[in-house]
Design a protein around this ligand. Structure first.
Ligand SMILES: [Zn+2]
Length: 426
């Protein structure tokens, strides 16, 4: 218990340090009287003020503000600024979902500036966040090997981070099974399993009530329900990430593999309801088709119901706009390419795939009300999914895609297009 707490403090320390360090491009100055200035401009805020790099800050502020001193490195202040600016921009790329690009820049920065720990540490945290635990571990080892100039506090924190990674790798491999104590709660329709941090039967009862509402919602929406008890496992976010982050190229909070796995807060509210609607939808889909394919209809149905559970009944105008932009700049993802999965799609591309899927299901439901439910039931009765789709709406995937593209274009009058171009919009 105490051990666990310490590990989190250690991790929080590294994360907080990086957050403080990487929150934005702000220039830091000290004046002749030793006062510190922060500004977002290039001009000195006071006469005689000297610009310092964040690496110098801990010295200037006696280590109290950043908490742990950083080595300033061997470069001039200007070169240090350039280096940090590149670290910032790589971090921004990663936040925007351009993970490969961000990682490429970080790896280069780390190679070129072995005396600076920021790029290496960020690399470790990003790899860990993506669930690439081995890569994170190896990078951290290398950072420690080359970081002869690391301050003792950094080294200390890094050593603990290293121990955490070793444990996470063991968990991911299954060597750590049994580390978590589990509770369960059974109802006629669900077998609910949750880890010890939630404790108490009250939590189980609350989740059971939520799941019954989910079952009602889906029966109303597509006229199907599970005919056998369904396993549902709930995790704290930390445990979920430790166990499953490595499965996906993009951030997830739940998935279905015969069992529903979801992240849950200690006091679950509407968020858990919406999430369970989505995953219960996948369970119904798999039950009906015996497969997760076609993914664009699977995710489209589940994502749409999730949004409706959140009170968002329609694809928003701004989202149609994103689809329109995807058509205009040729980044549209063909539906036939997302029949077998969303694999290989990261960040913005994955979001676009979800959006196209939700929009196509919404279009089907508006033109042929109830068609997705009837399609699922035809599949459950043994029809091949493409035959069932033709039987229900008279279109194959290619025709469906053209209809969706026409729908997208029809929402933006042609003169909007030309005036956009005429206005030189970027
Ligand atoms: Zn899904």
């Amino acid at each position: 218990m105490e051990e666990h707490g310490r590990r989190w403090i250690a991790f929080a320390a590294v994360a907080a340090l990086l957050t403080a360090l990487l929150t934005g491009v702000v220039a830091v100055w000290t004046d002749e009287e030793g006062r510190t200035w922060l500004s977002d401009r290039d001009a000195a805020p006071a006469e005689g003020a000297r610009r310092v790099s964040p690496g110098d800050l801990s010295l200037v502020w006696g280590g109290d503000v950043l908490g742990e001193p950083l080595e300033a490195g061997t470069n001039s202040v200007d070169e240090g600024d350039r280096y940090l600016a590149e670290v910032f921009s790589a971090r921004d790329d990663i936040r925007r979902g351009e993970i490969k690009r961000g990682l490429r820049i970080l790896r280069r920065l780390w190679r070129e500036h072995p005396g600076r720990p920021e790029a290496g540490y960020l690399l470790v945290l990003v790899e860990r966040h993506r669930g690439r635990l081995e890569a994170a571990h190896q990078t951290l080892e290398a950072v420690l090997r080359t970081g002869a100039e690391l301050a003792p506090e950094w080294r200390d924190t890094a050593t603990r981070l290293q121990a955490e990674l070793v444990e996470e790798i063991a968990l991911a491999r299954g060597d750590g099974a049994g580390l978590w104590h589990e509770e369960s709660f059974d109802t006629p329709n669900f077998r609910i399993v949750y880890d010890h941090q939630f404790a108490g039967r009250d939590y189980g009862r609350r989740v059971a009530r939520t799941l019954e509402r989910v079952r009602e919602h889906m029966r109303g929406a597509i006229g199907l329900e599970m005919e056998r008890p369904l396993d549902v496992r709930l995790y704290t976010k930390a445990h979920y990430l430790q166990s499953y982050k490595h499965r996906f190229g993009f951030a997830t909070v739940g998935f279905y593999d015969g069992t529903i796995h979801v992240v849950s807060a200690r006091h679950p509210r509407d968020e858990l309801y919406a999430l369970l609607v989505h995953e219960y939808g996948h369970a119904l889909f798999k039950e009906a088709l015996g497969s997760h394919q076609p993914f664009f209809l699977n995710e489209g149905i589940c994502d749409r119901e999730e949004e409706r559970a959140r009170g968002k009944l329609r694809v928003a105008r701004g989202e149609w706009r994103q689809l329109f932009d995807a058509l205009r700049d040729d980044s549209w993802i063909p539906l036939h390419s997302i029949v077998r999965g969303f694999g290989g799609l990261e960040g913005k591309r994955a979001l676009l795939a979800y959006l196209e899927s939700r929009a196509v299901v919404e279009m089907i439901e508006e033109r042929w009300p109830g068609a997705t439910g009837r399609w699922l039931r035809r599949c459950a009765a043994g029809a091949a999914w493409e035959d069932a789709l033709r039987a229900e709406i008279g279109l194959d995937v290619e025709a469906l895609e053209l209809a969706l593209q026409d729908e997208v274009r029809s929402r933006f009058p042609p003169d909007a297009l030309s005036s956009d171009l005429g206005g030189g919009a970027g």
